[in-house]
Each structure stands twice: as C-alpha cells, then as structure tokens.
Design a protein. Structure first.
Length: 284
C-alpha cells in the first residue's frame, strides 16, 4: 500500500479502479499517487468556500488556499499577517513578508490594521493554525513543553495565532498525527479551542472555534460539547492506528468514512504550478 519516497514521506497509490477510470480522461499516470502532505493539502483546500476571506500563513495552508482558488473557489480572498489584502501571489512565498505577496494584491495595510480592522472586526472567515500540541477540545500549545516556569522546551509562542483562534469565524488545523502532539490536555493554552468544552468558549466571548483537524491519518471535527471526534480515516488507516497516535480515548462518527483521495488534476496543480520545487510537498 505504501512505499517510502526520497524525502521519507509515505507515498500512496490510488485505488486501481479509480486510476483506470481517470486514465480514460487523463492518460498520463504520473499523478496517480500522492504523499501524506499532498493529501492533507487537498483536504484543507476542499474545506474552503468560494468568496470566503482566509488568513493564510505560509507553507501547507498557502498551498491549500491557492489550490482552492485554482479549482472550486476562484473568489477566495487571501489575507496575510504582514498586511496584504486579497493577495494573489504568482509564486510560492517563503514567509509572510515575501514581496511576492504584494504583487497583485488588492491592498497593503500595516499589520496593526490587518489585525484590528479585519481579524478583530470579524471580517476573516477562516484561519489556519498549527502548533506543537493540540488537545481533545482543540486548544493549541505553541509556547512551552512542560511547566511554563521551568519548561523542557520553550517554543516560539503565539505570534498572531491566539488572535486568529479567538476572532476567526472558524479555524482549520493541519498537523502530523503523533501521540506527543495529541495529549489529552495541552501543557499551555496558547490558542484557545473549546477550552474546557460545553459553553466555556462562548462564555469568554470568543468568536467561532476550530472546525476541522486534518492529519496524515484522519480528518477530525468537534461535537456539540466541543470534543474532537474522527469523521473519516485516510485510505489504509485503521481506527487502531489513529487511537494509538492519540493521548486520549477518541470517539468515532457513527458512520466513519474513508477520506476522499486527491484527483490527478489536484496533484498536477500542486506539483507543476504551486510547488514545482517540492519545497513543502517534497520530491521536487
């Protein structure tokens, strides 16, 4: 089912019948396989809706947003923390300060205005987040591992993540699925999810909340109490695989599905147009 690519990431071959079917429309079989990162990017892209405003960041979220714009969400508006409004980068930005983000953007504002007049004012529909730890209620830690005053590891901290988590109408998290990344309770709440569950987020007056957690094993969402559950398993992944990589007893949807794999066109766009050098998806 899986092999190891040169960059040590799992490579998955599509179901044979699907490959044959797509081959009738696209004879080139170069894009009939996909990596874990490519799968996560395409899942994230499909979460985005046409016309939404997204606070992007760089790396995998940037790939997801640009893939969405080239497939089903041509009117997606991309915002970056550096203050670029409705950006349309012609090449892959290396940071939020990359000048390529200004080229073709609808506007440029100071970072303060980007956060105050757009994010805090409720004009951002979706924010992308990541971190060292995420717990059962979607709280994210990017501050310390261990005790705050005497940590085992001190991490970069919040940056704009806490504001994004608190003010976006919904957030998406993309991360590798490892037990150390998914403790039952994070060591420090840098970016709030549903806090202690139930109505604890609403009681603090926070907007939105985490909607999906996309990993290399599964897609997870949140129930009415704010607790994470597994909605779909990626092809070849079992419930036991996901549970073994999680620090608490997970719930699974009554009809846990199988994640839809990337199409050949999505893979072609990622490899040929969005990340031809393999900076983020590897194998370039």
């Amino acid at each position: 089912m899986t092999n190891k690519s040169p960059n040590k990431e799992n490579v998955h071959q599509k179901d044979e019948s699907a490959v044959v079917s797509e081959a009738q429309e696209a004879p080139d079989q170069e894009y009939s396989d996909y990596t874990d990162t490519e799968l996560m990017v395409t899942i994230a892209a499909r979460e985005l809706r046409d016309g939404e405003s997204v606070l992007v960041g760089v790396g995998v979220p940037n790939l997801a947003c640009n893939l969405a714009k080239r497939t089903h969400a041509s009117d997606l508006r991309m915002f970056y923390e550096s203050g670029t409004i409705d950006s349309n980068p012609r090449s892959l930005p290396l940071s939020i300060g990359d000048p390529v983000l200004a080229s073709g953007a609808a506007g440029l504002v100071p970072m303060y205005e980007g956060f105050s007049k757009y994010l805090q004012a409720g004009r951002i529909d979706v924010g992308f987040l990541g971190g060292a730890q995420i717990d059962k209620y979607g709280n994210i830690n990017s501050t310390v591992i261990g005790e705050y005053d005497d940590p085992k590891v001190r991490l970069p901290g919040s940056g704009g993540a806490c504001e994004i988590a608190s003010n976006s109408h919904r957030t998406l998290v993309i991360t590798q699925h490892q037990k150390r990344r998914f403790p039952e309770e994070v060591d420090f709440v840098t970016s709030p999810g549903y806090l202690d569950g139930d109505t604890s987020r609403e009681e603090l007056g926070l907007r939105g909340g985490p909607e999906a957690v996309i990993t290399d094993l599964a897609v997870m969402r949140f129930d009415d109490d704010g607790e994470m559950y597994v909605e779909s398993l990626h092809p070849g992944v079992s419930r036991e695989d996901v549970q073994a990589a999680t620090g608490w007893e997970l719930s699974f949807a009554d009809e846990t599905g199988t994640t839809e794999t990337p199409t050949t066109d999505e893979i072609r766009l990622l490899r040929e147009e969005l990340d031809p050098d393999g900076l983020y998806i590897g194998g370039g």
